[in-house]
Design a binder for this molecule. Structure first.
Ligand code: BG6
Ligand code: MG
Length: 312
């Protein structure tokens, strides 16, 4: 019940309490005739009714009440009511640059399914050394470089590992991964990747790749799309890993495009954070909850329609 009340009053009524003051910004969904609610506030009893004619505020009990309606101050005396126009919902922020000149893609989990390949390789390693590891922990590994991923896995290890042991573990995991991608070919590209890359090229956009994986250049060759990119970041040369913006800024600089005219495409929360920190708009591919900070989220790259984000 409390959730429903909050959904109605804060969601549709737009109630916010800031600096000890009430603020309302009521809107009316098209399919609704109206709604209303009561509110007790510092000894006052306020009734709010919303319909197509506007918003009626009535003060049933208490002294003078001062509040904001759609950004304007309202002073209501006891026993009085006032009817004001509905708040106009603000349009979604235009975060995608109209003059976009470059798309910068992550690789694993965006262009091909290697996010799961990395998971299986880490799982094999973790099982081998008796460290619990599951898909939930794996979410934290996405976009994170090899050694930092290992550190996250070892948080649950029953003993400490020396630097040499860690290097050996990272090499073992990479061995498992390289073994798994040996047979990768163009058939392993996610559906729609070719179409997106070709459409972007035809629209005159530059294409960059910002993957934290040191295996990225070899993987792109196997997938047959290495030639589609104007620049591929060298993960080994990027000192600060995602969520630091370094890799996206490196790609933008190499493409010769200002960051604010680039759009980044990522499947990892750390990657979305990195794109934003670089001053770019971010498209998330995958689960909208995990990628809730992205400017737009689409479930699969096959759903990527360039015209939605870039004007012709
Ligand atoms: C990222 C992946 O793209 O690359 C991570 O999302 C992976 O899971 C990281 O750990 C580093 O990859 P590699 O191939 O250099 O170990
Ligand atoms: Mg990824």
């Amino acid at each position: 019940m409390a959730g429903s009340w909050l959904g109605l009053v804060q969601g549709f009524g737009g109630l916010r309490i800031a600096g000890g003051h009430l603020r309302f910004a009521p809107t009316l969904p098209k399919a609704w005739k109206g709604y209303g609610f009561n509110l007790r506030w510092r000894g006052c009893a306020l009734r709010v009714d919303v319909d197509a004619r506007g918003v009626r505020y009535r003060l049933d009990e208490g002294g003078l009440l001062v509040f904001a309606h759609a950004g304007s101050e309202v002073v209501l005396e006891p026993g009085r009511e006032v009817v004001l126009p509905l708040a106009v919902p603000s349009p979604p922020k235009a975060v995608f640059p109209r003059a976009c000149q470059a798309l910068i893609f992550d690789l694993d989990g965006v262009l091909t399914d290697t996010a799961h390949t990395h998971y299986r390789a880490w799982k094999r390693l973790a099982d081998g050394i008796g460290v619990p590891f599951d898909l939930q922990v794996n979410e934290r590994l996405k976009g994170v470089d090899r050694m930092a991923s290992l550190e996250i896995i070892l948080e649950r290890a029953p003993r400490a590992y020396s630097a040499d042991e860690k290097r050996a573990l990272a090499d073992t995991k990479n061995g498992y991964y390289v073994q798994e991608i040996a047979k990768v070919g163009p058939q392993d590209l996610f559906d729609g990747v070719r179409g997106v890359l070709d459409a972007a090229r035809a629209a005159g956009l530059k294409l960059g790749l910002a993957s934290a994986s040191r295996n990225a250049p070899a993987l792109l060759q196997k997938l047959g799309i290495a030639d589609c990119f104007d620049y591929i970041a060298d993960a080994g040369r990027i000192v600060r890993a995602k969520p630091d913006p370094a890799i996206f800024l490196d790609v933008a600089a190499a493409l010769g495009v200002p960051a604010q005219l680039c759009i980044g495409v990522e499947d990892a929360a750390a990657g979305i954070e990195a794109i934003h920190a670089a001053g770019m708009a971010a498209i998330g591919i995958g689960d909208a909850r995990a990628l809730r900070h992205a400017d737009a989220v689409i479930p699969r790259i096959a759903d990527f329609d360039l015209r939605t984000f870039v004007s012709p």
